[in-house]
Ligand binder design. Structure first.
Ligand code: ADE
Length: 251
């Protein structure tokens, strides 16, 4: 089957950089969302801004799957680090996704997805491995292959790639208390963001393979909002563009 890869990003500017990679573009608008259909390195792709939060991202993912018949879905964006040792500029690729704000106790256990009998949704192993090869190639080439030397110095970038659990919730986490609360309940989680687990649930229900790639933009503490904006503009956009380009080169 010809691959038709859906790419979602959580920031408008970031996804604009990815859209710029597309050739033979067609734009389709549905539900206040713009889907750009085309090719990256000769691979058929549909690229869209997910919008923020779990509900918005679920709508966008469901449209991508149902209206554009994507064969795979890649979510790319930034996240706040939860695990010790992770630093700004590192990259996390999902093994499993969990919604840290889902709690239907006492009917079912904390974090359990209603009627789905599970807490975690696994990302697709093959797509995850493919994303991992792409990121490793870029790291091996040197981070300067993704961003300019000035940003490398300014943000002290020396990226490490991790594979692990990602937690999502409708909250920008920017306090040590909230960070610690999530970690105490979900100790394997590496980072926190606002969409991945919702997209994972949509992909599970539609039986669509997916993976989530997140660049660490902050450490989810009281400095999170300060770091965030500058990092997106100066680093995350360029990372996303380079990573998606490299994935499509390897497909
Ligand atoms: N995305 C990037 N940083 C985040 C944070 N600290 N909390 C939630 N989502 C994020």
């Amino acid at each position: 089957m010809t691959r038709n890869i859906g790419i979602l990003g959580a920031m408008a500017q970031e996804i604009d950089e990815v859209k710029a990679l597309l050739t033979e573009k067609t734009i389709v608008k549905i539900a206040n969302r713009e889907f750009v259909v085309g090719k990256i390195n000769n691979v058929r792709c549909v690229v869209a801004f997910s919008k923020w939060g779990k509900v918005a991202a679920t709508i966008t993912a469901a449209l991508l799957i149902q209206e554009f018949a994507v064969t795979d879905l890649i979510f790319i964006g930034t996240a706040g680090a939860l695990a010790d040792g992770l630093k700004v500029g590192d990259i996390v690729i999902s093994k499993r996704l969990v919604q840290h704000d889902l709690d239907a106790r006492p009917i079912i256990s904390r974090f359990e997805l209603p009627l789905l009998n599970r807490v975690y949704v696994d990302s697709d192993p093959d797509l995850t491995a493919l994303a991992g090869r792409a990121v490793s190639n870029l790291i091996n080439k040197g981070v300067e292959s993704m961003v300019g030397e000035e940003a490398v110095k300014e943000f002290n970038l020396n990226p490490t790639l991790y594979f692990g659990d990602i937690a999502s919730g409708d909250q920008f986490v920017n306090s040590i208390e909230k960070r610690d609360e999530i970690l105490s309940l979900l100790p394997d989680v590496l980072c926190v963001e606002m969409e991945g687990a919702a997209v994972a649930q949509a992909c599970l229900e539609f039986n669509t393979p997916f993976t989530v790639i997140r660049t660490i933009s902050d450490t989810a503490d009281h400095n999170a909002h300060v770091d965030f904006g500058r990092f997106i503009i100066e680093v995350a956009n360029a990372y996303s563009r380079a990573i998606i380009n490299e994935i499509m080169r390897l497909v």
